[in-house]
Structures are given as structure tokens and as C-alpha cells.
Ligand binder design. Structure first.
Ligand SMILES: *Cc1c(COP(=O)(O)O)cnc(C)c1O
Length: 298
């Protein structure tokens, strides 16, 4: 994984709580903290989703206060709209005419919708045995869908190989560092919606580990810029038992061993997670953990 380097001095001088609060109600309110300029004409805006109180769930798990970040309120109902909006802004800047990805479903949907909104082509590679409902939702936006006889990890390897040959903008290969930065907006929003403070603990699902680690980096950045002065929360990751290489690495203390996924949580079925080791060290350093959830509980 590549992490961009920002001009922190410039950010410190120009980004305040007030300048952010005066921005649009979308991820682009954090534009000075992102690696690409907002598109001139913002279509299908994403982000600024509700952070709601869930008192009954708080009681059930035995904590004082618990909030849910409802990223289903994004245009295609997952947080993938955030990462695709940032990667696509870069793709448009380079003049790309096809937006592409490998996907376990949600990313394909976000890529297809974004390409349709921007008037460019989309090409998505998914495992052939994906839930048909997911493919139907994606097909509505008119992308080219390639059904790959294999797992997500096979799709992923294929897109890496294709990225050397085609001039398609692969959001999670060639544009991955832009894509990953888009996840930070989830962390920025949580802090702002909590009145520029951080929670005591964060619980998040882990597939490649990108979102989990980027939310942590987002909080670190806000602290560095003096926009929040609360301590970092504990980070808890959740995986499905049928695909839990990160949870296993956390528990065993050993190097991450890739697995062949067998889980009903298809969105999280990444057996060889790119940011898995980083997710383990993020959880550990924050005083949190990564757990596997039993399939029947899911
Ligand atoms: C993509 C995705 C995640 C997290 O993915 P990472 O690869 O770990 O960034 C979590 N939940 C859902 C539903 C997703 O689609």
C-alpha cells in the first residue's frame, strides 16, 4: 500500500473546523485533506451520512452510549461510494474513459453508478457465484460485468494483470492509494458529528483492512492538525469466521496466513487482505482487537 504525503504546514494554516463546517454536505467538505481536487461539477454526491444513537443496542452490549454510522445512506448503499468518488475524481483528471474494479459486489455497484453519473464506461470483475441480487443492482447502471470462475482473490489477481495491459482506471489497483484515502472521510465525519471529539472505541468490519486502518489514520491526522484533542479510540475489527485471516493473525500473534474464504458474508470474503498486517498492528497499538464472528450468528 502507498500512503500519500500531504503538506501539513499548508493544511494547518488553511484548514479549520469553521472552513470545514462551511463546506458542502458531502465528502468534499474535507477536500483539502484529500489527495485530489473535487470534480468541477459534483454529481451524485456521497458521504455526510447520519450517525445515529442506538440506545437499545447499547443496552444489549452493555455500554453507555452507542452510535451507528449509517453508510447505507450513500447513493448505492455502502461506504464504497466514498472510495470510488475519490478514485474517480483522479481518473477523470487523467482523462480515463473506463472505470474498472474487482469486487465482492458493493464496489462493483459503486463503480457502475459513478461511471454512469460521469458519462464514462464501467467494467467490473466479480466471482461468478456472487448473489444474483447484487449483480442485478449493478447491471442497472449498464457496466460490462465479467463473471470470473473463481474467488474474489482470483478476480483481484486478474485485475492486477489486466492493469498492465489496458488503459482502464482500476479503482482498487492503479488508483488504490486514492481509493483508500476516500475511506478517511468516514473518520472525519464521525469526529465532526461528535462535535470534534473522538469516541472511546470504534467497531468496524475488516475485509482487505483498508477502511479499518484509514479511519484510524483519519483520527491521527485530525489530532495532528489540532482539529480534535481527544485520545485515539480502541479499534475493534470484525471478520466472518469463514474468512478470518486477520482475526487469526491477531489472536495467534503470527504472520498473516491467506485463507480460502467460505462465508455467507460475501462482502468481506477476501482471503488475502492487502492491509491485513496493518489492521492487526492498528488494533493492537490502539488497545483493541480483531474478532471472528460465527457464521450462524451472522
Ligand atoms: C468493502 C466493505 C468493507 C470493508 O472493506 P475493506 O476492504 O476492509 O476496506 C466492509 N463492509 C462492507 C459491506 C464492504 O462492502
Amino acid at each position: 500500500p502507498l500512503d500519500p504525503v500531504y503538506d501539513r504546514e499548508l493544511q494547518r494554516r488553511t484548514v479549520t473546523r469553521e472552513t470545514i463546517e462551511a463546506g458542502p454536505q458531502s465528502i468534499w467538505r474535507y477536500a483539502p485533506l484529500l489527495p485530489v481536487a473535487p470534480p468541477e461539477d459534483v454529481r451524485l454526491p456521497v458521504g455526510w451520512t447520519p450517525l445515529v444513537n442506538a440506545p437499545r443496542l447499547a443496552d444489549a452490549v452493555g455500554v453507555g452510549e452507542l452510535r451507528l454510522k449509517l453508510d447505507t445512506a450513500n447513493p448505492t448503499h455502502s461506504f464504497k461510494d466514498r472510495v470510488v468518488a475519490v478514485a474517480c475524481a483522479k481518473a477523470l483528471e487523467t482523462g480515463a474513459t473506463t472505470l474498472a474494479c474487482s469486487s465482492t459486489g458493493n464496489l462493483a455497484n459503486a463503480v457502475a453508478a459513478r461511471a454512469a453519473a460521469e458519462g464514462i464506461e464501467a467494467a467490473v470483475l466479480c466471482p461468478a457465484d456472487l448473489e444474483p441480487e447484487k449483480l442485478v443492482a449493478t447491471a442497472i447502471f449498464g457496466p460490462r460485468i465479467f463473471a470470473v470462475e473463481g474467488s474474489y482473490d482470483d478476480c483481484s489477481r486478474l485485475t492486477v494483470e489486466l492493469s498492465f495491459e489496458l488503459d482502464w482506471a482500476f479503482v482498487n489497483v492503479s488508483l488504490r492509494s486514492y481509493y483508500a484515502e476516500g475511506s478517511k472521510t468516514l473518520g472525519f465525519e464521525i469526529a465532526e458529528q461528535l462535535g470534534w471529539t473522538l469516541p472511546d472505541a470504534v467497531v468496524a468490519p475488516v475485509a482487505s483492512g483498508s477502511m479499518f486502518t484509514k479511519v484510524h489514520q483519519a483520527f491521527a491526522e485530525l489530532r495532528e492538525l489540532g482539529l480534535v484533542d481527544t485520545e485515539q479510540p480502541r479499534f475493534y475489527g470484525g471478520q466472518a469466521e469463514g474468512c478470518s485471516p486477520v482475526a487469526h493473525a491477531f489472536e495467534s500473534g503470527e504472520k498473516l496466513k491467506p485463507v480460502r474464504p467460505n462465508t455467507i458474508a460475501r462482502s468481506l470474503a477476501i482471503g488475502s487482505p492487502a492491509d491485513g498486517e496493518l489492521a492487526v498492528s492498528t488494533a493492537r497499538a490502539s488497545g483493541g482487537a480483531v474478532y471472528a464472528v460465527a457464521e450462524d450468528e451472522i
